[in-house]
Design a protein around this ligand. Structure first.
Ligand SMILES: Cc1ncc(COP(=O)(O)O)c(C=O)c1O
Length: 440
């Protein structure tokens, strides 16, 4: 399909340098397996699995069939005071693969909505148990929790917040981020230094009184900021401090759930149980927008009081538990089970780490970071042009090498398919080295 210039001009793209993009648009019109097809007929290898979304590849035939069947059987069903069979099935199956007593889930349509839902659930929980004075929320510098007002308030990505700084939700503090090149550069997996940074939560608790804090939210592995795995012992320490003060711990697992870290959830992989888990992305393998917030029994049960005809949580979306999204989710979970996707991802980790870290000797590279199948390669920034080198690398990959990666400023990010072969990964990084050799 040939697009007209005014059609491209009409579209205000998200998280995109629009003027630069529109000079030479990158438009994709097909996807299958590990490849995209561009509107001008080129085949691109996708080294980012969609946007961390599509772990088992694009257009997986079983998900395509499930969606086609569902849309013909029931396109939509109102989700308030009634629901559909697929939403219930998916909720049950999700709770089955969730750790411990995560026995209930609330559906949303995106990661951002999952985060704001989780924050609201946490605040409401404390009120329900008579602790309504617990209103403060704690995020972390460099955290990414989506783009809604709750998410950017607890989030710590400066460009996402600065325009809205006067309008962020009140009563939020931030833990320090765990990035430190002096101590942790080129760490493989979890860095050894930095667990003490969790103790900052004690300082914040002392400042405000821990009894006023409702929840702490962190990504188990920070993704969008450029891959920051938790220092050894850090998540455990956060959990301990939360327990000491009765603070809920929320893991934002929008990226880390569904195999990205070689397990169903980061919570399982790290052996640290949060109280609430947010998900999206891999829930449907990226096929239909959907998110889910999983909660432990004590949280759901706290809401189940008062007159039974009354709504317990005044929150929800028109498309919560959408039957077509739920059908895609059910098919995705089945594939993860049948194809052993999480185990496959786990088995690929060491090869991915080795190949990723082979870039450490490149003169442009100042750090390499990884956990599971999440990889970051930080380039030295050009003087007076932060982000330019990363963007040029991204564009060269796209136009000259038929390879899709992602850059966050000067940090190249990689999210190989969970069902990649070792050879796919090796080839990706041979290309990256060749591209970097040509970047000034
Ligand atoms: C950890 C985390 N939380 C929330 C979000 C927001 O998800 P969405 O873009 O689906 O709203 C993202 C997206 O990348 C994410 O990585």
């Amino acid at each position: 399909m040939t697009l007209k210039a005014d059609q491209i001009e009409a579209y205000w793209l998200p998280f995109t340098a629009n003027r630069d993009f529109k000079k030479k648009p990158r438009v994709i019109s097909g996807a299958n397996g590990h490849y995209y097809t561009t509107s001008d007929g080129r085949r691109l290898y996708d080294a980012f699995s969609g946007l961390w979304t599509s772990g088992v590849g694009h257009c997986h035939p079983k998900i395509v069939a499930a969606v086609q069947n569902q849309v013909a059987e029931m396109d939509y069903c109102m989700g308030f005071q009634a629901t559909n069979d697929k939403a219930c099935q998916l909720a049950g199956e999700l709770c089955e693969i969730a750790p411990g007593d995560f026995d209930h889930c609330f559906f949303t349509n995106s990661g951002s909505e999952s985060v704001d839902t989780a924050l609201k659930i946490a605040l409401g929980y404390h009120r329900a148990i008579g602790d309504g004075h617990r209103t403060r929320l704690i995020g972390r510098e460099r955290g990414y929790h989506g783009v809604n007002f709750g998410g950017i308030s607890v989030g710590g990505m400066a460009p996402n917040r600065k325009v809205f700084s006067a309008n962020l939700i009140p009563g939020v503090d931030h833990l320090p981020h765990t990035h430190n090149l002096e101590h942790n550069a080129f760490s493989k997996g979890q860095p050894g230094w930095g667990a003490h940074l969790a103790d900052e939560l004690e300082r914040i608790a002392a400042l405000h009184d821990g009894g006023n804090i409702a929840a702490v939210i962190v990504e188990p592995v920070a993704g969008s900021t450029g891959i920051l795995p938790p220092p050894v012992g850090y998540l455990e320490r956060l959990r301990e401090i939360c327990d000491r003060h009765g603070i809920l711990l929320i893991f934002d697992e929008v990226i880390t759930a569904f195999g990205r870290v070689g397990a169903a959830f980061g919570a399982e992989r790290f052996g640290v149980m949060p109280d609430i888990i947010t998900t999206a992305k891999g829930l449907t393998n990226g096929v239909i927008p959907m998110g889910a917030v999983l909660v432990r029994d004590k949280i759901y049960n706290a809401y189940m009081h008062g007159p039974e005809h009354m709504i317990e949580l005044f929150h929800g979306y028109t498309y919560s538990g959408h039957p077509v999204a739920a059908a895609a989710g059910i098919a995705a979970l089945q594939i993860y089970k049948d194809e052993g996707t999480f185990e496959q991802a786990r088995a690929l980790e060491s090869h991915f780490a080795e190949v990723l870290h082979s870039l450490a000797d490149h003169p442009l590279v100042i750090d390499v970071r990884n956990f599971g199948l999440m990889g970051g390669v930080e380039l030295a920034s050009r003087a007076n042009a932060p982000g330019a080198r990363g963007m040029e690398t991204y564009k060269t990959c796209f136009w000259d090498e038929n390879l899709v990666i992602r850059n966050g400023m000067d940090i190249l990010q990689f999210a190989p398919f969970l069902n990649s072969t070792p050879d796919d990964i090796t080839k990706t990084f041979e290309t990256i080295r060749r591209v970097l050799d040509g970047i000034a």
